[in-house]
Structure formats: structure tokens, C-alpha cells
Design a protein around this ligand. Structure first.
Ligand code: UDP
Length: 235
């Protein structure tokens, strides 16, 4: 272990505090909130419902359509509202991260809309969005083989750390900051990994190992939030 200190005093493999709640949007078929430190994501699921326009229907399987949006008030420098290149890319990535656990062939010609809104952002928003969407899909009763857990690892001053805050993400160690969002099933199958920056294979293995351990904790939090929603009759 190095003497390296994180700005908020966390250990290298320590996540920010997480909170989750299911059933937050009554009009939606399924909904959830996931908070990691100061990053808060909400997700609302509508569907499966008939896909319109008709030419977008797939007679073999349903379509998972995710829309990621960072609200303009989510950071102190107001973000321009509306879709951007970044939000379009993240929406696609979220679809890819979630699709492997869904049986979309059961729902031909339909669409499952997942709207993900980041209402407060302090890095790790795509991971928070994926965690919120995973719970919202389960809450909507969409059959899933497993839940999807997501967390970001990164390299800070040559040390691999978990769940970077914005302050840490902005840190430049001479090689550029490294951010590695990772998503996986509870059985440990990776469904998403992005790598922005420079890292060697040993460091990458360590990052994935750290993510694996924390995903067990995220699974417990997601599961508890889903059970709590059922227990209060909100299913
Ligand atoms: N961010 C911002 N304005 C933007 C985009 C991002 O302030 O237009 C901040 C926000 O805190 C976000 C962080 O930069 O969480 C990191 O963004 P990135 O694109 O790396 O994705 P994320 O880590 O949120 O998945």
C-alpha cells in the first residue's frame, strides 16, 4: 500500500456512501433512485409497449431504448439542455450494459423505454444511471436473468482507486486521468467496461478485482431497495 491520500480521506478500495430507493415515480411501470456520494440518478421504465413508429419494430425481439440525460441544474456550471454527443453515447452504452440480462425475444415488436436522469452529478453518473435502471427494470417486472451492478475504478497518482469523485477525475498525474466504468452481473459476468486513459494490464486486473468486490455490496443495496418496495406493497 502507498502513502497516497484521497481528497475525501477514503481508502483506495472504498466506495462513496450509497443509497437506493425503488418506486419513486408512481406513473412509471418501474422506477428507482441510486445515489453514490453526491451523484444522484433516477430511472423510470415505461413498457414493454408497442413500438412506434412501426418501421422501428423488430418482429423477433423487443427493443431496449435508454435515454440518459444530465439535468441542466445537476452541476454548478449549468449544462445546456437537450441531447448532446456525450448523452447519446452514454445512452447507447447503458443499453449495451443492460441488454445481456434481458430476455427481449419474449417481447417482439415492443419497446422498453428507460429514462435516466442525473439530477446531481459528481462523476460516476453513467454507473449510477445503470444501477438505477437495473432496479427500475426489475421493479417494472421485466424478466431479468440477474441485476446489473456498476462502479467506476480509476488511476490516481499511479494508484488504482474505486469510485472517483469529480475532484479526483480532474486530477492529472502527468499521464492524464484514468477512468474505468465497469458493469457486471451478480454472477460476475462483465457487460460493460470503458477505459479512458492509460493503464497497464496488472493495474487493469486490480481495477476489475476492486470493482467485483464493491459490486457485491451494490447488489445487496439494490436487492434491499427492491425488497423494501415489495414489502410496502408498492409492486
Ligand atoms: N460533467 C460536467 N459537465 C458535463 C459533463 C460532465 O460537469 O457536461 C461532470 C459531471 O460531474 C460528471 C463528470 O464530469 O459526472 C464526469 O463525466 P464523464 O463524462 O466522465 O461521465 P461520468 O463519470 O459522469 O459517467
Amino acid at each position: 500500500m502507498t502513502e497516497f491520500k484521497r481528497p475525501d480521506g477514503r481508502k483506495e478500495d472504498e466506495m462513496r456512501e450509497i443509497k437506493a430507493k425503488v418506486g419513486i415515480i408512481p406513473n412509471a411501470d418501474g422506477s428507482a433512485m441510486y445515489q453514490s456520494g453526491d451523484t444522484i440518478a433516477i430511472a423510470a421504465v415505461y413498457g414493454p409497449k408497442k413500438m412506434h413508429p412501426q418501421h422501428k419494430q423488430n418482429p423477433k425481439k423487443g427493443v431496449l431504448r435508454c435515454t440518459y440525460n444530465m439535468n441542466s441544474f445537476s452541476v454548478s456550471d449549468r449544462i445546456r439542455p437537450g441531447p448532446s454527443r456525450r448523452s447519446t453515447e452514454i445512452s447507447k452504452i447503458i443499453e449495451w450494459a443492460l441488454e445481456p440480462v434481458l430476455d427481449l425475444d419474449k417481447y417482439p415488436n415492443t419497446v422498453i423505454d428507460v429514462h435516466i436522469n442525473i439530477i446531481q452529478a459528481d462523476a460516476g453518473t453513467r454507473c449510477a444511471g445503470i444501477n438505477a435502471a437495473s432496479m427500475a427494470l426489475a421493479h417494472a417486472g421485466v424478466p431479468m436473468k440477474d441485476l446489473i451492478l456498476s462502479i467506476s475504478a480509476g488511476k490516481l497518482d499511479k494508484t488504482i482507486v474505486l469510485d472517483l469523485s469529480k475532484e479526483e477525475e480532474d486530477f492529472e498525474d502527468g499521464e492524464g486521468a484514468t477512468d474505468i466504468p465497469i458493469s457486471m452481473t451478480n454472477s460476475g459476468e462483465l457487460t460493460h467496461l470503458q477505459l479512458d486513459g492509460k493503464i497497464n494490464s496488472k493495474q487493469l486486473k486490480k481495477a476489475i478485482e476492486m470493482a467485483r468486490k464493491s459490486c457485491k455490496k451494490i447488489y445487496d443495496v439494490q436487492k434491499k431497495a427492491l425488497k423494501d418496495a415489495v414489502n410496502v406493497g408498492d409492486n
